[in-house]
Design a protein around this ligand. Structure first.
Ligand SMILES: NC(=O)c1ccc[n+]([C@@H]2O[C@H](COP(=O)([O-])OP(=O)(O)OC[C@H]3O[C@@H](n4cnc5c(N)ncnc54)[C@H](OP(=O)(O)O)[C@@H]3O)[C@@H](O)[C@H]2O)c1
Length: 400
């Protein structure tokens, strides 16, 4: 690599974004932040800009533009408004775009980075799940590539890359036909082993108390319902081109084995490290090279066991619903994602109980109007229709 790689961190004020800045700080000879973006955390964004001195910053809420201009170092370009992060993603401001925006709102960043022929370090799984046909088309742009940040997909990327020499045109490792299945691990979240009855009255605080990962609120709730794993199954299918039914989930509470690839000859290759997102972030930013800075190194004198079990699809029905939506294809994953985002927001606001998250998603999936997703506008329309349906489903049961 000649000179540090220029990185745009979009969603810089969140859990992944702030850890990405740690990674860049730890490897200044390899990485440099050239752009930052967030939605509304204007003070934190300005603090970050003062520390890393990017060329440009973007804030999604237009009314905060003036305040941000007054806070960032002189000479920093400020972009503001609903299209600001997307504009940065598609500009020449960076060699690598890290999409650390939460939820469906990350779709424009994903598409803009790929259409501009950039490396996309993808944390925002929702954009790939909901907009797969559009994202896959954008991925064919010369120079465009996705390197996954999600720890499971990063693990699979490493397992395939380490074991097979098959490469796509853009250099990414390709799963050859000798892959029998991808095994995605799940911590099981805070409610692993509980029954539906026990889960009827869980609180927001309990659902936010993840046993192994410290993450933003939306993905933490998704981890408690196993919808996060469902989205990841679809994400793995889209990223690696392995059929959905050859992507399996296994519960592994220690979160040390981040996922596995099983080959037809019976061998299973796994990637292990302690749960620390800075490792996959650093991997995605620097691939095909690796950083010299260790994150998540295992102390074998302390790690005494690794356990595995099958997920309980009756209690954690969001995982089953995600498989259903993935098999249905078309716009079903977009409906699944939108319904889930509405239901999770309603749960966090205390409007519905935890069990109702899956019920809302199930009801919305019954109402899918299949449409073809060719353009971003088609995905936005499917998302909007699903949200309307989900709001009605929430409204029918307002009150936890
Ligand atoms: N956290 C993890 O360990 C982890 C692991 C694997 C994958 N992921 C994925 O990474 C993504 C980010 O997760 P997170 O946990 O880091 O989320 P988070 O802590 O909630 O941070 C979200 C970031 O997105 C920005 N944002 C929120 N709404 C936005 C909008 N409408 N438009 C543009 N930016 C917006 C926020 O800016 P403000 O602060 O200004 O609101 C913040 O910078 C998610 O897709 C998640 O599934 C996260």
């Amino acid at each position: 690599m000649s000179g540090p790689r220029r990185v745009a961190v979009l969603g810089s004020t969140g859990s992944i974004g702030t850890q990405a800045l740690d990674v860049v700080r730890a490897a200044p000879d390899r990485l440099r932040v050239s752009a930052l973006g967030a939605m509304r955390s204007v003070r934190l964004l300005a603090e970050q800009a003062a520390q890393v001195r990017p060329e440009a910053v973007a804030i999604g809420e237009e009314r905060l533009a003036r305040e941000l201009e007054g806070l960032v170092p002189r000479g920093t370009e400020v972009l503001a408004g609903p299209g600001a992060l997307e504009e940065l993603a598609g500009s020449g401001a960076a060699d690598v775009v890290l999409n650390a925006v939460v939820g469906f709102a990350g779709l424009p960043v994903t598409v803009a980075a790929l259409r501009a022929g950039r490396r996309l370090a993808l944390a925002n799984k929702e954009s790939l799940v909901a907009g797969a046909p559009v994202v896959q088309a954008a991925r064919k742009t010369p120079g465009a590539e996705i390197v996954p940040v999600d720890s499971e997909h990063c693990a699979i990327h490493q397992c395939i890359g380490a074991t097979s020499s098959a490469r796509a045109g853009d250099g990414r490792p390709l799963p050859p036909p000798s892959v029998r299945r991808l095994v995605v691990t799940a911590s099981g979240g805070p409610f692993r082993g509980r029954t539906r009855r026990e889960l009827a009255s869980v609180t927001v605080e309990e659902a936010l108390a993840h046993p192994t990962w410290k993450m933003g609120p939306k993905i933490t709730i998704d981890s408690s319902t196993l919808m996060n794993k469902g989205l990841e199954v679809i994400e793995a299918h889209e990223l690696f081109g392995v059929e959905l039914d050859r992507v399996e989930v296994v519960v592994h509470p220690q979160s040390v084995v981040h996922s596995m690839v099983e080959w037809r000859d019976g061998a299973t290759v796994a990637q292990l490290s302690l749960p620390d997102m800075r490792l996959p972030i650093g991997y995605a930013l620097s691939w095909p090279e690796r950083l010299d800075v260790p994150f998540g190194t295992i102390d074998w004198s302390k790690l005494s066991r690794l356990e595995f079990s099958m997920p309980d699809l009756e209690t954690f029905s969001c995982l089953r619903l995600a498989y259903d939506a993935g098999r249905a294809g078309g716009c079903a994953p977009a409906w699944l994602n939108a319904a889930n985002e509405v239901a999770v927001a309603a749960f966090l606001e205390g409007r519905i109980g935890w069990l109702a998250i899956a019920d809302v998603v199930a009801e919305v999936l019954e109402e899918i109007e299949q449409t073809t997703l060719l353009e971003v506008d088609d995905v936005l329309a499917a998302d909007a229709a699903a949200r309307r349906s989900a709001e009605k489903a929430v409204g029918r049961r307002d009150g936890p």
